[in-house]
Design a protein around this ligand. Structure first.
Ligand code: GLP
Length: 241
C-alpha cells in the first residue's frame, strides 16, 4: 500500500487526476473503474481540464461505475448515471456507449448483476479503479458485515449510509434502501486501485484503516490492503494522527 497525504482537497484531486492522466496516455484504450459521491468531483474536474487544455483523449477508453440505486433511472437527478454524465462524461470526448453504469431499472436484477461482471471481463478487466469511502468504511455499497459479496450484487444500505447520502436527495425518505454494487471481488480484480478520502468526516475511518493492520469484512475498505497496487490519497483533514 502506498499512502499520499495531500495538503488539501485541491492537491488531492490534482494528484489523483495526474495518476489517471498518465495511465490514459500509457494505454489509450484503458478501462477505468469510476466512483460517484462528492470526493471524486475535483478529480473529474481536473480530467476535464486536461481534455480541454491539453487534448487528453478519452475516445478509446471504457468506464465501469461501481454502483447505482435500485429504482432510479438515469434521468433522475440523484442517480449515479446522471451524476457521471453531468460531472464527467458530457464534458470529455468519451463515447457514451463505452460508459457503463449499472441500470437501476433493470428488471431481472440477479441476472443483471452477473451480466455486469461479465461485461467487465469482456472489456479486459478494469485497469484503474477510483474509489471513495463511506464514513463507516464501505466501498461502493459493500457495507460492513459478517460476509461480503464477491461479485456484483444487490446491496442493502445501512442507516448511516442512507443518512450520509441523503444530502443528495430532497429528503431522507427519498433515498433508496437498495443498490446494485460491484462486489469486493469485482473491485479487487482491478489492476490498480486508488482510494480517495478528504475532510474530517473521513478521519476516523482512515485512522482505523491505517492503524489496525488487519483485514475485516466489518471494515470493507481494509480488504484493499491485500491488493498489490493500492494507493490511498488523503488530505490533511482526513489524516489526523
Ligand atoms: C456512496 C457511494 C460510495 C462513495 C461514498 C462516499 O455511498 N456508494 O461509492 O465512496 O458514497 O461518498 P462521498 O465521496 O460523497 O463522501
Amino acid at each position: 500500500m502506498k499512502l499520499i497525504v495531500a495538503k488539501n482537497y485541491e492537491e488531492l484531486s490534482k494528484t489523483a487526476a495526474d495518476i489517471i492522466k498518465e495511465e490514459v496516455i500509457k494505454k489509450p484504450n484503458i478501462v477505468l473503474g469510476l466512483a460517484t459521491g462528492s470526493t471524486p468531483v475535483g478529480t473529474y474536474k481536473n480530467l476535464i481540464k486536461f481534455h480541454e487544455e491539453e487534448g487528453l483523449d478519452f475516445s478509446k477508453i471504457k468506464t465501469f461505475n461501481l454502483d447505482e440505486y435500485v429504482g432510479l433511472d438515469g434521468k433522475h437527478p440523484s442517480s449515479y448515471r446522471y451524476f457521471m454524465d453531468e460531472n464527467l462524461f458530457s464534458k470529455i470526448n468519451i463515447k457514451m456507449e463505452n460508459t457503463y453504469v449499472p441500470d437501476g431499472k433493470a428488471s431481472d436484477l440477479e441476472n443483471y448483476c452477473k451480466e455486469y461482471d461479465r461485461s467487465i471481463e469482456e472489456a479486459g478487466g478494469i485497469d484503474v479503479q477510483v474509489l471513495g469511502i463511506g464514513s463507516n468504511g464501505h466501498i461502493a455499497f459493500n457495507e460492513p458485515s459478517e460476509s461480503l459479496s464477491i461479485g456484483t450484487f444487490i446491496a442493502s444500505l445501512k442507516e448511516t449510509t442512507i443518512k450520509d447520502n441523503s444530502r443528495f436527495f430532497n429528503s431522507i425518505e427519498e433515498v433508496p434502501t437498495t443498490a446494485i454494487s460491484m462486489g469486493i471481488g469485482s473491485i479487487l480484480k482491478a489492476k490498480k486501485i486508488i482510494l480517495l478520502a478528504n475532510g474530517k468526516n473521513k478521519a476516523e475511518v482512515i485512522q482505523q484503516l491505517l492503524d489496525k493492520n488487519v483485514v475485516s469484512t466489518n471494515l470493507p475498505v481494509s480488504l484493499l490492503l491485500l491488493h498489490p497496487d493500492f494507493t490511498i490519497i488523503v488530505d490533511e483533514a482526513a489524516y489526523k494522527k
